[in-house]
Design a protein around this ligand. Sequence first.
Ligand code: C5P
Length: 231
Amino acid sequence: TRHVALIPAAGVGARMAAGSPKQYLPIGAKPMLRHTVDAFLSSPLIAHTYVVVSADDPFIDAVLPDASDGASRVTVLRCGGATRMESIRNGLHAVRAALADTDHVLVHDAARPGLNAALIERLITETGDHPAGGLLALPVVDTVKRRGDDGIATVDRANLWLAQTPQMFTYALLCRALDAATDPAAITDDASAVQALGLAPRLVEGHPRNLKVTLPSDIRIAEMYLAADAS
Ligand code: C5P
C-alpha cells in the first residue's frame, strides 16, 4: 500500500493576530507551510502530498516547490471548508479517483512545521497495518489538575498523552470515520472520529519539535528546531 500526506491548510489562524494566515508566516527563511510540505518531500516513504487551501487563497502558489525540487509530488486542492474537519473531508473526496481504499493517508496540520522524515518513518513503522491506524503523541510530563464544582483534583498523568499529527489511517477508514461524525466542533482531531467508531488507534511517541504553532512565541521555538537542522 502507498502512503500519502494530506495537509489541511485552510485556516485563518485567528489566535495568531497576524496579517496573513499563520501557515504563511515566515519561520527562518521559509513560510511555515513550506517547511511542513518539505518534511513530507524529504521522506522516501511518502508517495504524494496533497495540500487543502481555501478556494480564494492568494498565497499558496508562491509557496510551493517548483519543478526542480519536488513540485510533481505535491498537489494543491482548493476545496477548504469552514472547519478543519470539513477541509479534510473535502480533500479526501477530491482525491477519490487517485487513491485505493487500502492506501494510508497521513493527515498533518500545516501549523506543525517541525515534523521531519524520522518522525514520519516512526509513525509509519510503528503503526504498520494496525486496523485502527495510529498517531504521533507526547506523554504528559506536567502534573495535571482538573477543576470541578467542588475544587480541583490531580489527574494521574501516567496514561495521558497529548495528540500530535500526523495521524495515519487507511483511506477507507478515514472517510468512514469523518462521514459518520455528526458534530464537527467536538471532533478536534481525526483519531477522535475513528475512536467514535469504537476503534483504538495506536499511540506512537512523537517529539516536542513537532509542536503546533498557535501563539506568536511558538514561532521562535519552531525556528530554533529548524535552524538546528540546517546547521
Ligand atoms: O487553527 P488550528 O491550528 O487548530 O488549525 C489546525 C489545522 O487545520 C491548520 O493547518 C489549519 O490551516 C487547518 N484548517 C483548515 N480549515 C479550516 C480550519 C483549519 O484546513 N476551516
